[in-house]
Design a protein around this ligand. Structure first.
Ligand code: 2M8
Length: 484
């Protein structure tokens, strides 16, 4: 595959098969309708019954085309989970729903400053919220946009301040993650590498006698999964639970965790490349929101925002961007999709963007349906193994956006169209094989549906979305409260 030169040319159509746009819209809307919880949307019916931070952001980006009121509510409802510190948690638990790592695991109510009346996790997730606010804002008239920005502004500022204040205590310009769930890519290999030495004693003992298979019986997530072999390994999930226990005992506080010496089974801490790239982009959006409101961001935040793009460049080595292990200051040069998010950050030098655009076109990353979460020549690769190989619709969306920002318009359009084709052919699944597109993970997955709507709007703007939107609103409206 050749690198297409940057340029303002109109996107060409890369359709592989005739596409029934209306049918796909209809299917996507029915997934969102089915997963609608009133003021938020669950990612999937069985496996993920609560509200997740970045899922809701992607969902709002799709919903804005069909129900702007509901899109606003999706984002506003995230603020009900915000902690006094400013943290927006990665999960807000819906009442009466079972989940393998639910409120009893996180115990947010025991931590000072957690919100009253809702149970949440104690960690965050990629800060996509400013992006989603701006995307929803694009669909509003000036007056309504400002009113919506006003509703979101202080929560957003508070969140970004928390990220830099609490998660970058040494003012490096890069924030640190305390659990792999914060990156959104739970078992991505660069996290798996640092997690495995932190496995609890019971897990290592079973591994020692070749009996780790017994751990399968103690898993709760497998019951809710369509095909349990397509999730993370039992060793990894038990280690992740163990790390949750440890960070909970330290009130989910990075400063306390930093005080622990680095020896197994302590907690891995990473300056995560994927998360920081998204944060840099979110900072740009936050600035735009402040500008639209005639406000000035607080000085501490301005300083951090200015520093971040320079600090991000320290993650560049050997033609890609990597996460840094804070425990030993080393870059973890393990090939995954994460470094391509540097394109989405939008602040890297064009020469680096050029290298990334070339790398992602290698057939090991991009076969037919977009970018594999792990290249096919990696030892970690499994075509259906969660964040260790499959193509995900949200990462295709993010990378297409990043490519476009650097002028690779045609490549971005090709990526979006292939993603649409993939979902049209295989369904609204959670993830897909990068080799043959076959579907995996859970069915009726909300961000797949929402982002397909967004990509259809972009690539096939003459679709029947307005008509279908009317139907959608009629079906969901009675369950949506007037305000959050
Ligand atoms: C997955 O993560 C959750 C834990 O947060 C899980 O495995 O149960 C990830 O794919 C994450 O990125 C996503 O937000 C979440 C819900 O879709 O599921």
């Amino acid at each position: 595959m050749d690198l297409l030169p940057p340029g303002p040319s109109r996107p060409k159509h890369h359709r592989q098969a005739p596409l029934d746009v209306s049918k796909l819209h209809e299917q996507a809307l029915s997934v969102l309708q089915h997963n609608d919880l009133g003021q938020s949307t669950r990612p999937a019916p069985h496996l993920y019954p609560h509200q997740w931070l970045w899922d809701s952001c992607f969902i709002a980006i799709g919903l804005r085309h069909v129900d702007i009121h509901r899109a606003k509510t999706e984002l506003l409802s995230l603020l009900r989970g915000q902690w006094d510190s400013g943290m927006i948690p990665h999960e807000i638990f819906a009442p009466n729903s079972t989940y393998h790592a639910g409120k009893k695991v996180w115990r947010s109510h025991q931590i000072e400053g957690s919100p009253k009346g809702v149970h949440t996790s104690g960690i965050t997730q990629p800060p996509m919220i400013a992006e989603a606010v701006v995307r929803v804002g694009e669909k509003l008239g000036l007056k309504e946009r400002r009113a919506f920005y006003e509703q979101m502004y202080s929560g957003l500022v508070h969140f970004h301040q928390w990220l830099y204040r609490e998660r970058d205590p040494h003012n490096t310009g890069l924030v640190t993650l305390i659990h792999s769930h914060e990156t959104g890519m739970d078992n991505t290999p660069y996290w798996t590498r640092v997690i495995r030495p932190a496995a609890p004693v019971r897990v290592r003992a079973l591994q020692g006698i070749g009996q780790e298979g017994l751990l399968d019986y103690l898993r709760k997530d497998k019951k809710a999964a369509d095909n349990p072999t397509e999730r993370l390994s039992s060793v990894d999930i038990h280690t992740m639970y163990h790390i949750i226990t440890q960070i909970r005992r330290k009130d989910y506080d990075l400063a306390s965790l930093l005080a622990l010496p680095y020896a197994s089974p302590n907690v891995p801490l990473l300056q995560d490349v994927f998360f920081n790239a998204i944060l840099i982009r979110a900072n740009t959006h936050l600035r735009a929101i402040a500008l639209a409101l005639g406000k000035t961001l607080p000085d501490d935040l301005q300083l951090a925002i200015n520093k971040a793009p320079h600090a991000f460049e320290t993650l560049f080595a050997n033609g890609n961007y990597w996460s840094r292990n804070l425990r030993n200051d080393e870059l973890i040069q393990e090939p995954t999709i994460a470094g391509f998010l540097a394109l989405y950050a939008g602040t890297i030098p064009p020469a680096h963007a050029h290298i990334l655009a070339q790398t992602l076109q290698r057939p090991t990353y991009w076969a037919t349906y977009g970018i594999a979460s792990v290249p096919t020549d990696s030892l970690y690769f499994g075509a259906h193994r969660y964040w260790q190989g499959p193509v995900w619709v949200n990462t295709n969306w993010l990378i297409a956006d990043g490519l476009e920002r650097y002028g690779y318009t045609d490549l971005a359009s090709k990526l979006r169209q292939q993603t649409i084709q993939l979902v049209a052919k295989h369904g609204m699944y959670e993830y897909f094989s990068p080799i043959d597109g076959s579907c995996a993970g859970t069915h009726d997955f909300s961000w797949t549906a929402a982002l397909v709507i967004d990509m259809l709007e972009r690539e096939y703007p003459k679709g029947r979305v307005a008509q279908l939107a009317k139907k959608f609103r009629a079906a969901t409206r009675p369950r949506v409260p007037a305000a959050v």
